[in-house]
Design a protein around this ligand. Structure first.
Ligand code: SF4
Length: 438
């Protein structure tokens, strides 16, 4: 499926230029050339980009696969599609390698957990590369393995086999492996309710990582008693592992012992700016409001509908001409949806873009994902063609990345095999639950 987005002549690419010292050494020459271009219009950028992308395509032929996520800003979505690549949500991206075994070099413009999910499912002869290793998901960055695993160990010690972990797709392979080890599964925003419902039948307690809001929305959708849904300490505050005690558990240890769902305390800054007041403002003016379930529970309850990235895109695509739709999710996605919606006679607005001074917040894009820009795309393809792409951009299952410094801790081959087995089992359970009900 293509997004229907097009690069339009004369209209500059919206990406803000990144500072030169933001680039890895190997990518700096490409950034210098890009920054020296007279403007950012497609007429200027495309010939420059073509001079690197086309030779790489000729070199790798059909074995090259370019991927991007819907949230990518700066027209990368359009550029990747222009070169025959695929744009999708994180779940569909993860399946690209297995579904296309003829693709051997997979280059992803998105965040690290998405590239790692591709690597987890890839075959031995498929390589996964990320255009910028510093592109991370801030929610996932609040649930690194060194933060979550010591807490999970304490929970396992307390509850044993009664505890099952459900890992949202926005996690590292190390947490997906935790889900696999505990008999749990991975989930996405579209199937979290099915996976958690299944997991509650496997054990009496579900540890849900990392998104506290998706967890709370899922518990509400399943009709769980709110007093039996307990949130652990705010991960933005702890920034590390913590002892399982009354200070780090909402409601204390007594509530924890009664809980059916235990929510890790991470969240997405992009989706938590929304309030019920935003929703009501638009509804009072006869707009239909739909939101992503990484938003707060009260926002989801106030909205007219909620669902995954694919759900939101499909709502735009199927809305009758003349409809007015407000979308509460990532800013670049809404900008792209507005463009395609306009061509169909559907008016689209971003939930937080309210023309009223009483509302201080404006809708924002996923800034970390947008660390992938045209110089990164040109650079990685050129370096791969020359056979000298930096190892830091190679993505292997189990890599633990620090997106601030770009540093990476890599497992040895035996550890990686074990982790891949465990994480895959969690992914396969999700597929089994969604496709076969168990
Ligand atoms: S929008 Fe939020 S959850 Fe999605 S990748 Fe960006 S930081 Fe992560």
């Amino acid at each position: 499926m293509t997004s229907g987005l097009q690069l339009r002549p004369g209209i500059p690419i919206c990406q803000t230029d990144l500072p030169l010292d933001w680039y890895q050494d190997e990518f700096r020459p490409y950034a210098e050339e890009y920054l020296a271009l007279p403007d950012r219009t497609p007429e200027t950028v495309l010939p420059w980009l073509d001079s690197y992308v086309r030779p790489a395509q000729d070199h790798f032929g059909d074995s090259l696969l370019l991927l991007a996520h819907y949230y990518m800003g700066g027209e990368i979505v359009k550029l990747v599609e222009r070169y025959g690549g695929t744009v999708a949500d994180s779940y569909a991206l993860a399946l690209q390698a297995t579904r296309q075994p003829e693709k051997k070099i997979i280059v992803e413009s998105a965040v690290h957990f998405m590239a790692e999910s591709i690597a987890l499912l890839a075959r031995e002869d498929q390589q996964t590369w990320i255009t910028n290793p510093k592109a991370g998901c801030t929610m996932e960055m609040m649930a690194k393995d060194h933060m979550v695993l010591p807490v999970a160990d304490q929970l396992l010690e307390r509850y044993g086999d009664d505890l099952v972990c459900v890992a949202y797709m926005n996690t590292s392979g190390r947490l997906k492996a935790l889900a696999g080890r505990t008999g749990g599964a991975v989930c996405t925003s579209s199937n979290a309710h099915q996976v958690v419902e299944w997991a509650l039948k496997q054990g009496s307690k579900v540890m849900f990582v990392p998104d506290a809001h998706l967890g709370a929305n899922t518990a509400h959708r399943l009709g769980l008693d709110p007093s039996r849904v307990v949130r652990l300490a705010d991960a933005e505050r702890t920034r590390g592992a913590f002892p399982l005690d009354d200070d780090h558990v909402e409601g204390g240890l007594a509530a924890l012992d009664q809980a059916q769902m235990i929510l890790w305390g991470a969240y997405c800054g992009v989706h938590t700016v929304f309030t019920p007041e935003h929703v009501h403002w638009w509804q009072e003016r006869n707009w239909r409001v739909i939101v992503h379930p990484e938003s707060r529970l009260e926002v989801v309850q106030a909205a007219d509908g909620s669902g995954s990235t694919k759900y939101l895109w499909d709502q735009m695509l199927t809305a009758p001409a003349g409809s007015r739709l407000v979308i509460g999710t990532e800013g670049h996605f809404v900008r792209n949806a507005r463009e395609v919606g306009r061509s169909r006679g559907v008016e689209i607005m971003h939930l937080a873009d309210i023309p009223d001074a009483n509302f201080g917040t404006a809708g924002c894009g996923c800034a970390t994902m947008s660390r992938n820009d045209p110089p990164h795309l040109a650079g990685i393809l050129d370096l791969l063609r020359k056979g000298c792409a930096p190892d830091a951009n190679r993505v292997l299952a189990g890599d633990a990345v620090d997106e601030i410094t770009g540093s990476r801790e890599r497992l040895d081959a035996t550890e990686r095999l074990q982790l891949t087995r465990e994480a895959r089992s969690a992914l396969e359970r999700m597929i089994a639950v969604v496709e076969h009900g168990a």
